[in-house]
Design a protein around this ligand. Structure first.
Ligand SMILES: [Zn+2]
Length: 183
């Protein structure tokens, strides 16, 4: 598909995701491999599972709605490792505690057959181009996604930059510093 068409499709999907009727909540973690010495995929997985668990905890506390979350992942060679990590989060805990609201095991699916995974792929692509290459048009597209990232008042939970840095101007780092990340 020509680049212009690809960008048009991405923009149409972002428009749908961020429409007024959308109640989608996005979680994305960007790990700087040059600064983090742990496995970047496992680090991102742990952060996203933790934020998703906290989101479900908030839903329960605010609405008394005890939902369990299901993590669906694109089929990957790391299936066994991520399964093991996920069950460890529930039983022995992750570095910040024990996750209580996720269903027992993550599901692995073929992204070609799952529309939600295809949407997740597009979000990943947009956020990757923003963080990896700092391209202005993807800085702008990530900004358009901001209303969809999980948030609670001044806190931005759904967009994570690891490690967060005091000199980084991204919304995730600004939120960690207690600044207005919606600007
Ligand atoms: Zn940042």
């Amino acid at each position: 598909m020509p680049k212009a068409d690809r960008l048009r499709v991405i923009d149409e999907i972002l428009g749908l995701l961020c429409s007024r009727d959308s109640n989608l909540r996005i979680f994305a973690a960007c790990v700087d491999k040059t600064l983090v010495h742990e496995d970047p995929v496992e680090t991102a997985f742990e952060h996203i599972c933790l934020r998703f668990d906290k989101f479900l905890q908030r839903v329960f506390l605010k609405r008394n709605d005890p939902q369990r979350g299901v993590v669906v992942l694109d089929k990957t060679r790391r299936e066994n490792r991520l399964q093991t990590l996920a069950s460890g989060f529930r039983i022995t805990g992750h570095r910040w505690g024990i996750m209580r609201n996720l269903a027992e095991v993550p599901l692995f699916a073929d992204s070609r057959a799952t529309r939600l995974l295809q949407i997740a792929d597009i979000v990943t692509y947009v956020v990757w181009r923003r963080y990896e290459r700092n391209e202005p048009e993807f800085v702008d597209r990530t900004r358009r996604l901001l209303p969809c990232f999980d948030q609670d008042g001044p806190a931005l939970h759904g967009l994570i930059h690891v490690p967060n840095r005091s000199d980084c101007l991204c919304p995730a780092c600004a939120a960690q510093r207690g600044e207005n990340w919606r600007l």
